[in-house]
Design a protein around this ligand. Structure first.
Ligand SMILES: CC(C)(COP(=O)(O)OP(=O)(O)OC[C@H]1O[C@@H](n2cnc3c(N)ncnc32)[C@H](O)[C@@H]1OP(=O)(O)O)[C@@H](O)C(=O)NCCC(=O)NCCS
Length: 206
């Protein structure tokens, strides 16, 4: 699929750094909260936490932050950083599975407002991050997806998982390789642990 940047709401997809990240921090925090509100993330977001989280991309010169802009408005973003810069429990899962963390680049999230989906932005987000990973000399690109039961009460009837997209991008589900994050689901009083499925792509093969 090629990137459709034509017509009303034409999009500009670019890596942002420095002051541009600083200027976008509030919007990025709001964007994550809005997109992850939906199933399968079902996230009851906290603005202060989200803003702090996004600052880690401003403060890490090996990280990458890709923005999708409709004019001056940021409507989507994707992030990534070297695996070893992540939380220890995430890095440990890879080490235990036999991967050297120094060889792995972690694609953290892709979030795009629903009105802008289906135009190739998801592909562009991966292209930018995989290019960045290659420039850092990483062999592997990885991300994780939340594992939800099929009968989760928040699952829309017409929900289609993104697995087909990820496989088409060259990512393989790593059976048995999972990790954990925690966040507060909508309707809950406290955070709960979420099991996350790891996906990997060998960047040296493409
Ligand atoms: C992931 C996301 C950024 C993809 O954005 P997008 O711009 O719509 O993706 P693209 O237009 O590049 O489409 C990529 C491919 O996936 C397919 N696809 C996109 N959304 C899909 C869905 N919900 N179900 C099935 N296939 C889907 C598209 O048809 C396209 O296939 P093609 O290459 O054969 O044409 C967007 O769906 C999103 O923000 N989702 C919610 C957050 C999320 O789940 N993020 C991923 C984990 S952090």
């Amino acid at each position: 699929m090629s990137l459709d940047t034509q017509g009303p709401g034409a999009l500009d997809i670019r890596v942002i750094t420095g002051q541009d990240v600083e200027d976008a921090l509030d919007d990025l925090a709001r964007l994550r909260i809005a997109v992850f509100h939906d199933f399968p993330y079902y996230y009851d977001g906290d603005f202060a936490y989200e803003r702090r989280y996004m600052e880690s991309y401003r403060d890490n010169d090996r990280a990458v932050l890709v923005g999708a802009f409709d004019g001056r408005r940021i409507v989507g973003a994707a992030t990534g950083m070297p695996l070893e810069d992540n939380e220890p429990q995430y890095v440990q899962a890879f080490t235990e599975a036999g991967y050297d963390p120094d060889t792995v680049f972690y694609c953290a999230e892709s979030v795009l407002m629903p009105d802008y989906r289906g135009r190739g932005v998801g592909h562009a987000f991966f292209d930018h991050r995989e290019d960045h990973a290659r420039r850092l000399g990483r062999r592997w690109s990885t991300f994780c997806s939340v594992m939800r039961p099929d009968d989760h009460p928040g699952r829309p009837e017409d929900y289609v998982p993104l697995d087909g997209f990820w496989e088409k991008r060259g990512y393989a589900r790593m059976d048995g390789l999972t990790t954990f994050y925690h966040w507060k689901d909508r309707g809950d009083d406290a955070e709960t642990i979420k099991e996350m499925q790891v996906w990997m792509k060998d960047l040296s093969a493409s």
